[in-house]
Design a protein around this ligand. Structure first.
Ligand code: PLP
Length: 400
């Protein structure tokens, strides 16, 4: 089928939740994808921070193929080896003692909120149920995750949402302390606000938030759905801040594109979620777990890729800063941690993204649309960066 027919028919058949660009992608390898007409694109969005090892990484493909031939699904009424292998890997390499597997970021956050509530109610009483979240945060689209998402545009039309949620400005410890009451159960934050505009907290923010949580006996939930699995140049972004969360949610990069999410927590907190309190039919599916094991093992092999991603981050940011010098009237600021990088514009980003795509570069926007979002695979090479910068430069030069 021709790309035009695929687009027209899809637009008729799918519930129109997405504003899609008019390209039909068929194949991917490494940092590149190709559309049905054979046109090549550099993928600097990587499925919105999902394909950490690039497209169709050999080790991930092999792990999936091997598992698909052996066992695809059995339910959580039984044990499987891939689930155990993934749990072990996550626990060995994080603060956590226990893991729950699900299928997406919103589902991981949904479970994290439920876990925090039941633990806090059991320990401190029924009144301990409120959450504090940040303005401009993004935690997902299901009702719980949506309720702690601090962006009114996503709430519109779906109210009433969950009760007992307070929003405070991100990176403001004083506002956070003021919002705490004897009803607060947990604080939920992204280490770096991604969808909200690539907002990076000041160096000590999370240390201070952790101190508040300890002082007032409140749980700290870190949503590492976008920042986790190497995205920021550490396996988990909390490692940058010298703190540990009580609960952490993961998804996106975890399965290299195979849907999987996870909730990680400590032994004590995990005990609050006994049999029948929470479940997921597909959660911890053997194929998804095999993909995730291959992803994490590849990232951690020789400790090379995380350092490499940090070096590439510096290289991209340096190149973007030289673009900023050149296009001062259009670029306001470059900010990023690892390969989660934002370019704040003084013009709207949507037309830039569109023109970049036409020229073979996939990027996205964040925040109110004035921030360009770069989340390339960790395996990106300098040559790819130079090409992407060349495209962005020509788009910025042409655009009025
Ligand atoms: N949390 C964060 C920080 C995210 O960036 C996202 C998605 O962009 C989500 C949660 C929701 O994840 P999903 O789309 O897999 O439900």
């Amino acid at each position: 089928m021709e790309s035009r027919s695929i687009i027209e028919l899809s637009n008729k058949l799918l519930i129109p939740t997405y504003t899609r660009f008019p390209i039909v992608l068929r194949k991917g390898r490494g940092v590149k994808v190709w559309d049905v007409d054979g046109k090549e694109y550099l993928d600097f969005l990587a499925g919105i921070a999902v394909n950490v090892l690039g497209h169709c990484h050999r080790k991930v493909v092999m792990a999936i193929q091997k598992q698909v031939q052996r066992l695809i699904h059995v339910s959580n009424l039984y044990y499987t080896e891939p689930q155990l292998n993934l749990a072990k890997l996550l626990i060995e390499n994080s603060f956590a003692d226990r893991v729950f597997f699900c299928n997406s970021g919103t589902e991981a956050n949904e479970g994290a909120l439920k876990l925090a509530r039941i633990y806090m109610k059991n320990k401190f009483g029924q009144e301990r149920f409120e959450f504090i979240a940040a303005e401009n945060s993004f935690h997902g689209r299901s009702f719980g995750s949506l309720s702690v998402t601090g962006q009114a545009k996503y709430h519109h039309g779906f109210e009433p949402l969950l009760q007992g949620i307070k929003f405070v400005p991100f990176n403001d410890v004083t506002a956070m302390e003021k919002a705490i009451t004897d009803k607060t159960a947990a604080i939920i934050l992204e280490p770096v606000q991604a969808e909200g505009g690539i907002n990076i907290p000041s160096k000590n923010y999370f240390k201070k938030v952790r101190e508040l949580c300890d002082k007032y006996n409140i749980l700290l939930i870190l949503d590492e759905v976008q920042t986790g699995i190497g995205r920021t140049g550490k396996l988990f972004a909390y490692e940058h801040f010298g703190i540990k969360p009580d609960i952490m949610s993961l998804a996106k990069g975890l399965g290299s594109g195979i849907p999987i999410g996870a909730i990680l927590t400590t032994e004590e907190i995990a005990q609050a979620m006994g049999p029948k309190t929470h479940a997921s039919t597909f959660g911890g599916n053997p194929v998804a777990c095999a993909a995730a094991v291959a992803t994490i093992e590849t990232i951690l092999e020789d400790g090379y890729l995380l350092d490499y991603a940090q070096r590439m981050s510096k290289y991209i940011i340096k190149k973007l800063n030289s673009l900023k010098e050149k296009h001062q009237e259009k670029i306001k600021e470059i900010r990023g941690v690892g390969l989660l990088i934002g370019v704040e514009l003084s013009i709207n980003g949507a037309s830039i993204v569109k023109k970049c795509i036409e020229k073979g570069l996939l990027i996205g926007t964040a925040g109110d649309g004035s921030v360009l979002r770069f989340t390339p695979p960790l395996i990106i090479e300098k040559e790819n960066v130079d090409k992407a910068i060349h495209i962005l430069n020509s788009v910025l030069t042409d655009i009025q």
